[in-house]
Design a protein around this ligand. Sequence first.
Ligand SMILES: NC(=O)c1ccc[n+]([C@@H]2O[C@H](COP(=O)([O-])OP(=O)(O)OC[C@H]3O[C@@H](n4cnc5c(N)ncnc54)[C@H](O)[C@@H]3O)[C@@H](O)[C@H]2O)c1
Length: 294
Amino acid sequence: MLHLEEVNTVLVIGGGVMGPGIALSYARGGYMVRLSDISETALETAKKTIGSQLETMAEVGEIEASEIEPVFGRVSYTTDKKAAAEGVQYVVEAIIEQEEAKRALYAQLDAFLPEETIIASNTSFFNIFELMPDRRKPYSVITHWFDPPHIIPLVEVVKGPETKENVMAITVRMLERSKKIAPRMEKYTPGFFVNFAQKALTDVADSLVKEGYCTPEQFDLAIKSSIYPRGVVLGVFQKADFGSNPTVEGVYGVRAGKGFFDYAERDIDELFKERDRRLFEAMKFAMKNINDKL
Ligand SMILES: NC(=O)c1ccc[n+]([C@@H]2O[C@H](COP(=O)([O-])OP(=O)(O)OC[C@H]3O[C@@H](n4cnc5c(N)ncnc54)[C@H](O)[C@@H]3O)[C@@H](O)[C@H]2O)c1
């Protein structure tokens, strides 16, 4: 069984929009990274992109200037996948979103990767577990990054029907070491957490506009001044905990000491005060963006 401590080299395949930022992130987490693409030009661009992204990260204080060189130096570039796969324990697939291209790549990789080497796909929608050769299924996982991957903290981690728990655990820990937030989804659904939820909201917004209830501008104004900034502080489930009223709905939520989360040990008055302070902060940022339009 592969152990987290044994993972030191990551192969990222696909150096387009997503690959470079993913490679940079793992390199920042201390991993040696090989970035591979079928196109030399893509790799040249990727190298420049990584250099420039690191400069910006130092400029805004996300990393120290002294980190640029070592992180940059941990990424190497090649079109030779087979040579690049030599001695790697973890592969990230970030090639074009095309079922047949992904299926062919997994078969190709399977021919030269040791059985326990993990393959993580950055697919946006596919059930990649159906595209994997059978023996790779226990060692496959979806890690869905967001553009730009070196900035957005979220990487959704999705388990396949046969994915080993160890593969999930290693994946999450590697992402956390690379300063990412890695919530687990225990089975595949198209769109995972965010695009699934986003689609529901977009569908509602579309139909409200199409049926003449509001303009796009008024809809955006409504959510930018309410549920979006509030969501930064409370999410969906904790919002419900704070919102439930025991006198109206029975004993449940923050005031009852337990809802989706446990508040039994907390000073409830202080908890509400802290919620309010954080909401004021989030709303200040929201209002700045509303008044000072993009
Ligand atoms: N762009 C986004 O915002 C975004 C966000 C999340 C996930 N994704 C997913 O990430 C993956 C990559 O998306 P992208 O936007 O970076 O694509 P892209 O088209 O910008 O880059 C894909 C790269 O893969 C290379 N490639 C194609 N086939 C290859 C092969 N067999 N071996 C090696 N390299 C190969 C191409 O030359 C290209 O450079 C897709 O699955 C996509 O759905 C994209």
